[in-house]
Design a binder for this molecule. Sequence first.
Ligand SMILES: [Zn+2]
Length: 336
Amino acid sequence: MKKYFLTLVFSMLCLPQFSFAFGPDGHQAIGAVADALLAGTKAGDKVKSLLGGATLEQMSIWADCAKGISPDKDFAYTSAGRFPECAPFETPDGMATMSDFVRRNNSNCNPGPDEENCHKQYHYTDISLQHDHYKTGYAGTNDHDLINAMQAMVQVLEGKPAPQPFQIKDQREALILLTHYVGDAHQPLHVGSIYLDVDGHVINPDEGKFDKLSNTIGGNALMCPCGNLHSMWDDVPQGFKKGRMNQTLIKKARTVATDGSPFEQWPVLWADDSIKAARILYQGTAFSKATMGAKGPSWSIALPLEYEKLMYKMKEDALVNGGAHLAQLLQAIWPD
Ligand SMILES: [Zn+2]
C-alpha cells in the first residue's frame, strides 16, 4: 500500500463545495474559450443571432440547470436559489423554457425503472475502458447517450430533424445543449467507465454475461475521502474558477489543430480521446471489495501519489480542447 496517499495528504484535495456535473466553472470556461475563438467569424454571428445576444459562456450551464425541473411536481422548477449559476434562468419565462424542454425529453427514451430521466442521460455514456473506440451498442452506451446527443444537436444545427428519441424544439435549443454536451464529452469520466466485480477486479462488461451492477457509473460509485471520483474530476481547480485562467486557456486553444475528418465524426473522436484519458486517470489506482448500499454497490478507490498534479494538467487540457473543439465544430457547421 505504500504508493497510495495517506488520508491526511489526500484530504488536501477535498474541496468545500459540491460539484454539479462538469462544474459550472468548467462549462463556463469552455464556453468562454469558444466565444473568444468565434469572435468576428460567421459562426460567431450565427451564435449571437440564435442566442439573442447571450454568450456560449452564459448558456453553457443551462442543460444542468434544467435538471432542477421536477417531472413529479408537474414539471415545476424546484431548485430556485440552490445553484447561484442558474439564477439568470430562474425567471417565469426561463423556468417555462426549461420545463418545456424537460417535458419533451423526460420519458421519450423509455427509461427503465432504475434509469434516470432521458435528458439527464444525454450528459454521459459509460463505455468500458478496454475499448479503443466508441461505438453505440457496447455496454453502457445507448441511442440517447452523450455521443448520440452531440450528433443529434449537430444535425439540428445543419437544418435536419433531430433523430429519435431526441425532441429538440429549434436551433437555439440545439446550440445551447451542444455547448454543454461538448463540455461533458471532455470530462473523461462522462465518457469512460471502469467496470468491477464484487472483489474490486476490473472486468470487461462486453465479454460474457453482462452484470449491470459492475458499472461504477463513471466513477460515481468509487468512493474516496472527498466524496466520489466522478465529482473530484467534475470540479475545476481553484485557479481556473471565475474565469481567472480564461486568457491562458484561449491562447492555448488557438493552437489546437482542426481534425481533417468530416465534422459529423468529431464527437466520436473526442469520445475516443476521453476513453484514453480515463485509462490514464485510473493508472496506479486500486479498488476495495464492493459494499452493497441502497443505491447499489460502491467500492473504495486508492489513488497514487501526485494524483493532484495529474488532475490539474488533465483538467487544463480538457478545458483547452473543449473550447477549441466547440468553436471548430460551429465553424465547420457555419463556415466563413
Ligand atoms: Zn452535464
